[in-house]
Ligand binder design. Structure first.
Ligand code: GRF
Length: 187
């Protein structure tokens, strides 16, 4: 199998990056992680790139033209898939158009419910009975692209935000890799 080159964008802890790196070692997994982009100097996630000798850079999103810099690096590394894994910056329409290849995102809710931030808080406030995660294609509107994989669990009455987060993160790791397998098979 000829693997595609992928880039993971992160801003924080990097648990999804870690599990994608692990999965990508499997010869039957359709991608290699060839580049990591981070926009937070203090992000723990870059350590996963360092430990695994994956090229990475930290971008200052306050600088003009920062997206052009990223696009250039994506071209250099021949990237055909971007995985947004907790990247806390909205990609511009221009960036999405210029990249022109697949971009997917993982979101900690059952989209189209609870787009945006503070999902766990809002899920509990609305007394939802279930929640989960969604991997979806990225389009020009926030958390609105076509869903690829969705996984859910039932909420326990005693669950607080922290439990929801832990349970959601567990589901996310499988959801992300399933979605990647699916898009290279069916899209
Ligand atoms: C995940 O919950 C993901 O759904 C959201 O940001 C979080 C990133 O977690 N978009 P991590 O940095 O992969 O641990």
């Amino acid at each position: 199998m000829v693997k595609k080159n992928a880039c993971v964008f992160i801003s924080g802890y990097g648990s999804n990056l870690k599990s994608l790196i692990k999965r990508s070692r499997d010869t039957n997994f359709p991608i290699n992680i060839n580049l990591v982009v981070c926009n937070n100097l203090k992000a723990n996630g870059v350590n996963h790139a360092k430990k695994n000798s994956i090229p990475f850079f930290i971008i200052n999103t306050k600088k003009r033209n920062f997206e052009n810099f990223i696009l250039n690096e994506l071209r250099k590394h021949n990237i055909s898939l971007i995985c947004l894994a907790g990247y806390m910056k909205i990609l511009s329409k221009n960036f999405i158009r210029k990249f022109g290849k697949k971009i997917i995102n993982i979101h900690p809710s059952l989209l189209p419910k609870y787009k945006g931030l503070n999902t766990y808080e809002r899920v509990l406030k609305n007394k939802e009975t279930k929640t989960g995660c969604t991997v979806h294609f990225v389009n020009e509107n926030l958390d609105s692209g076509k869903s690829i994989v969705q996984k859910f669990f039932f909420i326990n009455k005693k669950d607080k935000e922290q439990n929801l987060k832990i349970k959601t993160h567990k589901l996310e790791q499988n959801a992300f890799s399933e979605a990647i397998i699916k898009i290279f098979r069916y899209y």
